[in-house]
Design a protein around this ligand. Structure first.
Ligand SMILES: Cc1cc2nc3c(=O)[nH]c(=O)nc-3n(C[C@H](O)[C@H](O)[C@H](O)COP(=O)(O)OP(=O)(O)OC[C@H]3O[C@@H](n4cnc5c(N)ncnc54)[C@H](O)[C@@H]3O)c2cc1C
Length: 385
């Protein structure tokens, strides 16, 4: 680490400590996967505080509200954030998905209009890709956007749209050419959610919370000026967005995993599960697995730059999602028979929530099976099924 990086780490740590033991102490550790409903209003205030501190869009160019921070500094920020037990980020799709997409594919006017709301921690975006007939097979998108003068009029349905019930805007993959099929004739549209013609219905999850939603478009509108990229070129832009997923946040994510593993180990020591050879063996394997994840992430980031894409992203997703799903299973096995009952009003223990939510890790952002297909075809050169 260079002297500059050490200084940067000290600056980040001091700022986060001051905020998270001071004015924002009440949100430390809240939110995140399976618990997105916690302290929503305060966490939006927290996002604004992060924005005011200049901590959103760190790696973005200075002229677009970023700091032009190096890859190492971005990693440092995410590590320190996780160490300080920062709350689950509500604006993660804004900062890590649509923001980089607008930077890479958007017009100068779109950058001027949309990026400041993200770096200020104001605008909460959600991702409108999946539909009832288009998940792994995203090219099956049927939501239509028909041009009327200077606007597109949208009709159709999205599903599993995380945070749509609290979001301001949605980036939507829609079919602008009704005669088109598969990857062609799609466009990438930025759509304001607060308008007639959009209904958001939360979906109740097995964790008892509602973090994702069905989103119905029935005559919703967005200006043609809110299309990112050319009409019909939405597939390329949408794939660009997926390439930005995770990236520099991976190492911070692993510090969160470490905290979860430490929790399970502490529980095992308390309740005697640690003395059972089979469980102790799995705990040790989980620890080793996490080290492997870290080394893989560091070497991937070194070779790939700030956005991890393609094969490496598939390998990394497959690896961490499987690790965390296994940790969820281990957590309830360590908990023992207490894992079989729930508290009053469906009160779940942290181990139960971890077990239930970590099942989703192997589905969203591309399921394990789909990642394996990619690895089989592109890395191993096996024939397409
Ligand atoms: C917690 C969570 C949050 C999400 N948030 C969002 C969001 O914000 N925005 C959004 O657009 N989407 C979101 N999704 C949706 C997610 O992207 C889809 O669930 C995912 O792409 C899988 O699609 P599907 O659910 O339609 O399953 P399907 O594609 O129908 O797959 C069903 C099963 O078949 C398997 N399968 C499918 N195709 C193949 C194949 N070719 N070979 C082998 N096996 C195959 C899959 O692995 C899976 O096991 C979220 C999902 C979850 C779980």
């Amino acid at each position: 680490m260079t002297a500059d990086d050490a200084e940067f780490r000290a600056e980040v740590r001091a700022w986060l400590t001051e905020q998270l033991t001071g004015e924002f102490a009440d949100v430390a550790g809240l939110g995140g996967e399976g618990r997105e409903d916690e302290a929503l209003d305060r966490r939006r205030e927290w996002e604004r505080r992060l924005g005011a501190g200049g901590w959103i869009g760190l790696g973005w160019p200075v002229e677009h509200g970023g700091r032009g921070a190096s890859l190492a500094q971005q990693v440092i920020f995410h590590e320190e954030y996780a160490r300080a037990n920062g709350p689950g980020r509500l604006l993660h799709m804004s900062e890590q998905l649509v923001g980089p997409t607008i930077l890479a594919f958007g017009s100068a006017e779109q950058k001027r209009r949309f990026l400041p709301g993200i770096t200020a921690g104001e605008t909460l975006w959600c991702q409108g890709y999946s539909e009832p007939g288009a998940g792994s097979d995203l090219a099956g998108v049927r939501t239509r956007a028909v041009r009327e003068g200077d606007e597109y009029v949208l009709t159709g349905q999205k599903v599993w749209t995380s945070l749509a019930h609290v979001a301001d805007w949605c980036f939507v993959l829609a079919r602008t050419d009704p005669a088109s099929a598969r990857h062609t004739g799609l466009s990438y549209l930025l759509v304001p959610l607060d308008q007639p013609g959009i209904e958001v219905r939360p979906i109740k999850q097995i964790t008892g919370t509602s973090e994702f939603n069905e989103v119905f478009f029935d005559g919703a509108r967005t200006p043609v000026a809110n299309r990112v990229g050319a009409e019909g070129d939405g597939w390329r832009v949408a794939m660009g967005t997926l390439g930005f997923e995770r990236g520099v946040a991976t190492l911070g994510q692993q510090i969160g995993f470490r905290r979860e593993l430490d929790h399970v180990v502490a529980l095992a020591r308390r309740n005697g599960a640690f003395d059972e050879p089979e469980l102790r063996d799995r705990l040790v394997r989980a620890w080793i697995g996490l080290r492997v994840l870290r080394y893989t992430a560091v070497s991937t980031l070194r070779s790939a730059g700030s956005s991890v894409s393609g094969l490496e992203a598939s390998l990394s997703k497959l690896q961490w999602a499987t690790w965390r799903r296994d940790l969820g299973e281990l957590a309830v096995d360590v908990l023992g028979e207490d894992a079989l009952t729930v508290g009053e009003s469906y009160g779940l223990s942290p181990e139960q929530t971890l077990f239930l939510f970590s099942r989703a890790d192997t589905i969203y952002g591309g399921s394990n099976e789909v990642q394996r297909n990619i690895v089989a075809e592109r890395l191993l050169g096996l024939p397409r099924g």
